[in-house]
Design a protein around this ligand. Structure first.
Ligand SMILES: Nc1ncnc2c1ncn2[C@@H]1O[C@H](COP(=O)(O)OP(=O)(O)OP(=O)(O)O)[C@@H](O)[C@H]1O
Length: 309
């Protein structure tokens, strides 16, 4: 049996042209293996193809070409088993307003053919913290509760793989922490987790491995630690008291004098402490009025990784 939860081979998706839009190649031949037991991050800018990929995994979008195996089951040859192996928490908060959380979970379990005796409705309500609200109409639930209910719905058939599409977009810290706690707990029990996120910090905190998708292609795929070490650059912006030229710099530090008079230094933080850069500035007789740092954000990650890929 394969050690991978998901195996994707030369996966392509072209959305057909419509009267209003041209055909769009959203996935351009993706190869990706996601190991069993991991928390795996799919990162990418808007329109990169993440939702298309997830929707194909979930069986909601039909692929144009390629192969997808979920928990060893080929989507084309074993559609029922591959669908049963995956649960998806969608981005949109679509819920029937007249269903209670209990009813939503029961109906979902019914859709997946889970026999009554094997349903875990109470256990799931407890896990998502909705036991108190089990019998309230969905329309009376807060945004955070709805999101938790969507997580619960993804779990009714006890899938081996759980996919979370932008689970924390627009949620408050408390809910975010609760979601992550749940996700960690599920992962500790053996569930493989795949999540998409725009937040690099979140991916860094949660994911063992990450794939970066850009323009329908995987531009990088590595452990989180390895990816971050590729992004070792720090930027320090120094504003001198009086106009100053760039000082001599240690090898590995790149300086730039900006038109606004600030001096900008980029350096690998694993090799230099900020102090080494500041000393070089001071030794050149430049007095410093103000120092700020510019952190790399996801945009920089994409740029750096697409350049190095
Ligand atoms: N149903 C569709 N019909 C036509 N084009 C589509 C359809 N769905 C997505 N696309 C296009 O395919 C490309 C990939 O979209 P996708 O939604 O997969 O990206 P994404 O990475 O999930 O972005 P986001 O984070 O904004 O959801 C985009 O150019 C998008 O406009």
């Amino acid at each position: 049996m394969s050690a991978n939860a998901i195996e994707i081979e030369t996966l392509r998706k072209t959305y057909a042209a419509t009267a209003r839009s041209e055909a769009k190649e959203a996935l351009k031949g993706i190869d990706l293996e996601i190991p069993r037991g991991s928390i795996f991050g799919l990162l990418g800018p808007n329109g990169a193809g993440k939702s298309t990929l997830i929707n194909i995994l979930a069986g909601l979008v039909v692929k144009t070409e390629g192969a997808v195996r979920i928990w060893g089951f080929d989507q084309d040859r074993a559609p029922r088993q591959s669908r049963a192996a995956i649960g998806v928490m969608p981005q949109e908060l679509h819920l029937d307003p007249f269903f209670t959380p209990r009813a939503s979970l029961e109906v979902q379990a019914g859709l997946y053919g889970v026999p009554r005796a094997r349903r875990r409705t109470d256990e799931i309500l407890d896990l998502i913290g909705l036991t108190d609200k089990a019998d309230a109409y969905a329309r009376s639930l807060s945004g955070g509760m709805r999101r938790r209910l969507l997580l619960g719905k993804a779990l009714v058939h006890t899938p081996q793989v759980l996919v979370l599409d932008e689970p924390t977009a627009g949620v408050d810290i408390e809910l975010r922490n609760m979601l992550w706690q749940n996700v960690r707990r599920l992962n500790e029990r053996g569930m493989t987790i795949i999540l998409t996120t725009h937040y690099l910090e979140e991916a860094q905190e949660m994911c063992d491995e990450i794939a970066i998708i850009n323009h329908g292609e995987v531009t990088a795929r590595d452990t989180t630690a390895n990816l971050l070490s590729r992004l070792d650059g720090k930027t320090l912006v120094v504003r001198p008291e009086a106009p100053a030229a760039l000082p001599p710099l240690p090898d590995g530090v790149v300086g730039e004098a900006r038109p606004d008079g600030s001096l900008v230094f980029t350096y690998p933080s694993s090799r230099f402490p900020a102090e080494a850069v500041l000393s070089a500035v001071r030794e050149a007789g430049i007095s410093i009025r103000d120092v700020t740092t510019e952190e790399a954000d996801l945009e920089d990650v994409f740029l750096a990784l697409t350049r190095s890929a």
